[in-house]
Design a protein around this ligand. Structure first.
Ligand code: ATP
Length: 609
């Protein structure tokens, strides 16, 4: 054990850092605190630490089972660990409202009791519990997750109780919170990368290299360990690997065909923008994986797509991207996103496969038989795509044209909408048109159908707070404080309060959805001038439609960017739908809102001239 300890990190260091972080409200301070912790962490366990900080046991795509410890079992484990009746844990829980704090209190009491007893008896013979290390905590949590089948409940209970009884009170607080999925120390991936850059890369300039590696190999624990063991240069050799998702390249938005073509360099490949779910398809022989936009493994949802890939992709190994779209079983016409979502909600996948059939429209290829294609320009990638895919009725290349003519682009856009697409994607073909994983830029520009109407475009905002309703909605959280994302600072800034657009059913569901994400104070990554009734950790993204963008002294989005002391807000915001396929960092950015505001002003000017 002592040998293991030398290359391990005492878990108390982690718990102390978390407790400091809970009180920090500035991101710079958070980063510095994290740097201090990383400096104490041996390279062999830094991956485990990074996962725990992310509140998980590994990247989503690895499909590590859920811990499977619900509130009841957690209460039982605490009771068992500290030798108190369950009813006492429950009573304390009602009083304190946080099981982490309950475990901490009971651990203190338990320690005092056992110490007293030891002092009175054979104190010299009693052994102190072995101090916890990050490895022990991580490995035990892994064992809990992988305990499946008969008797697994009992095994989970014993493993967790064992861990808690050896934990210092402060450690118990964070172990319990982790198990509950409420760690909430406020560290996002960007903060982890900043801290890693400062320690292993010699400063902020290394941040870009780390980010690029993370974009190509979506496993921050792995990246951290490689960096700690082999240094920053080792990250330059990172290439796509089949079975490990690549973070998707994203588009900016445009509305005027002339301007869009100018932005992408004059000439473009223009494709239908299908309204479905993005799928990153990985193939190695007969083995197929499909990853979502959020890099979750969604292969199970699409056995039909797996079959299509086997049949239509003529490469031993490939990574392809396409949109999976619901189609009408009789006419094969495109159906909107909401129809595809029905498939997600149902359990009997083989039955629903027939009710909601899908088609796949491919638009990119990132890897082919040993060759990394991400650094190749779009025309080369497209050529590879055409060579690899043998199209069929429901598995085919996205409809496209290549053009430098704005009128031709506009006509193609109208045709796309007529055919049930959402609009078009306009993609650069020049010598810089590589696949920029994880980056939103002007190499791809989306032109969507909402731009045709007088309304402003919809935006995707993050819930950061909520307010109780009045009257019929009394006592229920019924309006939401919404924020945009600022990727440079890695923070969320408020844009509006949305109270309309929810059905009664939405409202009912919302109560349960929000509850586990309520936090006692403003999240450190949130910048707000408004204090809601409850703060919510950034977790949910919703699509919001408004009448127009306005200036407001209440909101912090783009504060001072247009006019000093005021931010940009949305007038008459309306809830459209949840976007479970987006994480908070995928929300509309402050910069995008600024662009939308600028465009709106320009339009008003044009109309008044
Ligand atoms: P949105 O909310 O508009 O779907 P997003 O933030 O998910 O956007 P963007 O990069 O802004 O992502 O828009 C591109 C999205 O459109 C992709 O993520 C993908 O799901 C979808 N899509 C549909 N057809 C195409 C296509 N031909 N090329 C690229 N993406 C496409």
């Amino acid at each position: 054990m002592s040998q293991e300890n030398e290359s391990d990190l005492p878990f108390i260091e982690v718990a102390r850092t978390f407790s400091v972080m809970e009180r920090i409200s500035s991101r710079t301070q958070l980063t510095l605190t994290l740097v201090r912790l990383f400096k104490k962490t041996p390279s062999t366990v830094i991956d485990k630490l990074v996962y725990l900080i992310q509140g998980k046991l590994g990247p989503e795509w690895k499909d590590i089972p859920e811990l499977g410890v619900g509130e009841k079992l957690l209460i039982k484990s605490i009771a068992l660990a500290y030798k108190v009746p369950e009813s006492e844990v429950v009573k304390l829980y009602h009083r304190v409202g946080d099981l982490g704090a309950v475990a901490e209190q009971l651990a203190i009491r338990y320690r005092e009791k056992t110490k007293g007893r030891q002092a009175g008896l054979l104190a010299f013979m009693e052994e102190e519990a072995e101090p916890l290390t990050i490895s022990r905590v991580y490995n035990t949590l892994m064992r809990i997750a992988y305990a499946q089948g008969e008797n697994s409940r009992d095994l989970k209970l014993r493993l967790l109780a064992g861990l808690l009884s050896d934990a210092e009170p402060l450690e118990a607080r964070y172990i319990v919170r982790f198990v509950e999925g409420r760690l909430r120390v406020g560290i996002g991936d960007a903060t982890v990368m900043d801290a890693l850059a400062s320690i292993y890369g010699g400063g902020v300039h290394a941040r870009e290299i780390i980010e690029r590696a993370y974009n190509l190999r979506a496993d921050l624990g792995y990246i951290a360990r490689l960096l700690a063991e082999k240094g920053i240069d080792s990250l330059k050799d990172i290439h796509p690997v089949v079975g490990v998702p690549i973070r998707p390249m994203l588009a900016e938005r445009g509305r005027d065909p002339h301007e869009i073509l100018r932005k992408v360099g004059g000439r473009a490949i223009v494709e239908y923008k299908y309204d479905g779910e993005r799928g990153q398809i990985h193939k190695r022989g007969e083995k197929i994986w499909i990853f979502s936009r959020r890099l979750e493994n969604i292969t199970r949802m699409y056995p039909d797509v797996v079959e299509m890939v086997r049949k239509h992709v003529k490469a031993e190994e490939a990574i392809l991207e396409g949109e999976i779209v619901a189609i009408d079983p009789d006419t094969l016409e495109l159906q909107p996103f909401q129809v595809l979502m029905q498939r997600k909600r149902k359990h009997d996948i083989h039955k629903v496969m027939k009710e909601v059939p899908v088609a796949v429209f491919l638009f990119d290829i990132l890897y082919r038989d040993g060759e990394d294609l991400t650094a190749k320009i779009l025309p080369v990638r497209r050529q590879n795509l055409l060579e690899v895919v043998e199209p069929g009725e429901t598995f085919t290349i996205a409809q496209y044209i290549e053009t430098s003519d704005p009128d031709e682009l506009w006509n193609f856009f109208l045709k796309a909408i007529e055919d049930g697409a959402e609009g078009v994607m306009v993609k650069a073909v020049h010598e810089g048109s590589v696949y920029r994983a994880g980056i939103r830029g002007w190499l791809w520009v989306k032109l969507k159908k909402d731009y045709k109407s007088e309304m402003t475009d919809t935006v995707d905002l993050v819930v950061v707070g909520a307010f109780y309703g009045k009257g019929k909605r009394g006592g229920k959280l019924s309006s939401l404080l919404m924020a945009a994302y600022n990727p440079e600072k890695d923070i969320f800034r408020t844009v509006c309060k949305v109270a309309t657009g929810f059905t009664d059913e939405d409202l009912e569901k919302m109560q349960d959805m929000l509850k586990p994400h309520i936090i006692p104070h403003k999240h450190p990554r949130v910048d707000s001038r408004i204090t809601p009734d409850v703060w919510i950790e950034p977790y949910y993204v919703a699509e919001i439609l408004g009448a127009e963008l306005t200036l407001s002294p209440l909101h912090t989005c783009c504060l001072g960017q247009v006019k000093s002391g005021v931010g940009i807000s949305i007038r008459f915001p309306r809830f459209i739908r949840w976007r479970p396929d987006k994480s908070p960092e995928d929300a509309t950015t402050e910069q995008e809102l600024f662009e939308l505001y600028r465009r709106q002003l320009k339009k008003v000017e044009e109309e008044t001239v």
